[in-house]
Design a protein around this ligand. Structure first.
Ligand SMILES: *Cc1c(COP(=O)(O)O)cnc(C)c1O
Length: 394
């Protein structure tokens, strides 16, 4: 085998419009922050950046929780961090499952030796609080876990009633907010959430690599009163929190430049204002749905249960799923997601997350999709989508 360094060209991925389930488009200011000089993880300048990142995260989560930090790793690391710190072998854990990410939670609980109490709902539907109430009857769960924004289906899960069930059962309420954080209201103190994790590449519009998490005082108590040490050394929040806290004890080297990027993405969010940002996500979602429906296509999820940042559109019959996505990417530089699991080949997942959630992207997507579907001979209603979307904005 000959090795020729000339085969390895400069990295030049080109421009994309990222309208899939994440990552979303990254604003130039965030990319610029990434390229600032790398400094030491105990440099006073970096420690200040960490403190500011915590303040910005608390603002976004609308929380006073002291343990509010960015875990070094993607959203799944945040998921694992929550379970591994709060669950010990033999603990009963309720997990609500209506998509890929609830399923992943079950996998983690099993690996930790937790006793899984699983509550299922069909993919594309919300979890029924009555089913949760039934499942916890006569049980003593330590944690009740649920996904707020199921990115695999586009379902938005109401949390109020299920929070009350968790509280009545004496369980910590653990919520996956990977896709909701930054795109819709996530006020974790008001919502009574004890442990939450998110990711940087969905509605925060930062590259993937960090996972914001937050633990309530009740979750911290559970962590402090564990019988055995956390089985993951890397994700042990009792140690990681000493680095983020006043002691500044070395645990692992923070991904310095990723933290710069997150701080900048959070600063952009605070500058825009939470309410304005959530309203922007909602109006672009409504315009996209209006356009898609005017074209004669239908949404997987019922109105009133849809996420503003992730739209699941049913693929019309006789349409070549892969070919449509391939042409979108090659001719329009646009990425959308396909379906997962049972929904593979049945839906497209169209993200309007963070910086991607803009009118120009809605219009580009609708016109591109219409052109491609017409060329494929799909039965659609032509010429109506853009006007329907425009009407939402006026
Ligand atoms: C993306 C996502 C995850 C996993 O995050 P990774 O960054 O891919 O590890 C978990 N939960 C939900 C709801 C997600 O959308």
């Amino acid at each position: 085998m000959s090795f020729d360094i000339k085969q390895f060209r400069d990295i030049d991925p080109g421009q994309r419009v990222l309208m899939g389930p994440g990552p979303s488009d990254v604003p130039p200011r965030v990319l610029q922050a990434l390229s600032a000089p790398c400094i030491g993880h105990l440099d006073p300048t970096f420690l200040t950046i960490m403190n500011e990142t915590q303040d910005l995260l608390r603002h976004l989560f609308q929380t006073e929780n002291e343990l509010t930090i960015a875990v070094s790793g993607t959203g799944s690391a945040g998921m694992e961090a929550c379970f591994v710190n709060l669950v010990e072998p033999g603990d009963e854990v309720v997990v609500c499952v209506n998509g890929v990410f609830g399923t992943r939670m079950c996998d983690i609980v099993g690996r930790l030796g937790g006793k899984l109490i699983r509550v299922d709902a069909p993919w594309g539907k919300t979890i029924d609080p009555n089913a949760v109430r039934e499942a916890v009857k006569g049980k003593d769960p330590k944690v009740l876990a649920i996904v707020h924004a199921e990115t695999s289906t586009g379902v938005c899960q109401p949390l109020d009633e299920i929070k009350t069930i968790a509280g009545d059962a004496g369980a910590l309420f653990l919520v996956d907010m990977v896709t909701s954080l930054g795109g819709m209201e996530v006020a974790i103190d008001k919502m009574g959430i004890d442990a939450v994790y998110s990711g940087t590449q969905k509605c925060i519009s930062c590259p993937p690599g960090l996972s914001p998490i937050s633990f309530s005082p009740a979750a911290m108590d559970v962590l402090r009163n564990r019988k055995a040490p956390v089985v993951s050394w890397y994700l042990d929040m009792s140690m990681v929190s000493s680095y983020w806290g006043n002691e500044r004890k070395y645990h692992h080297t923070a991904p310095i430049n990723m933290n710069y990027a997150l701080r900048e993405a959070l600063r952009l969010i605070a500058e825009e204002g939470l309410e304005a940002r959530f309203a922007r996500h909602l109006v672009n979602h409504k315009a996209l749905v209006a356009g898609v429906e005017a074209m004669g296509l239908s949404m997987l999820v019922a109105e009133g249960e849809r996420l503003p940042m992730l739209n699941t559109v049913r693929i019309p019959e006789g349409t070549d799923d892969l070919k449509v996505r391939k042409v979108l990417l090659s001719d329009y530089g646009m990425e959308i997601g396909g379906g997962l699991g049972d929904l593979a080949g049945k839906v497209w997942r169209v993200g309007l997350m963070g910086h991607t959630s803009r009118r120009r992207n809605v219009v580009l997507f609708l016109s591109a999709l219409e052109t491609i579907l017409k060329a494929q001979g799909a039965k659609i209603i032509p010429g109506k989508a853009l006007d329907a979307a425009a009407a939402v904005y006026t």
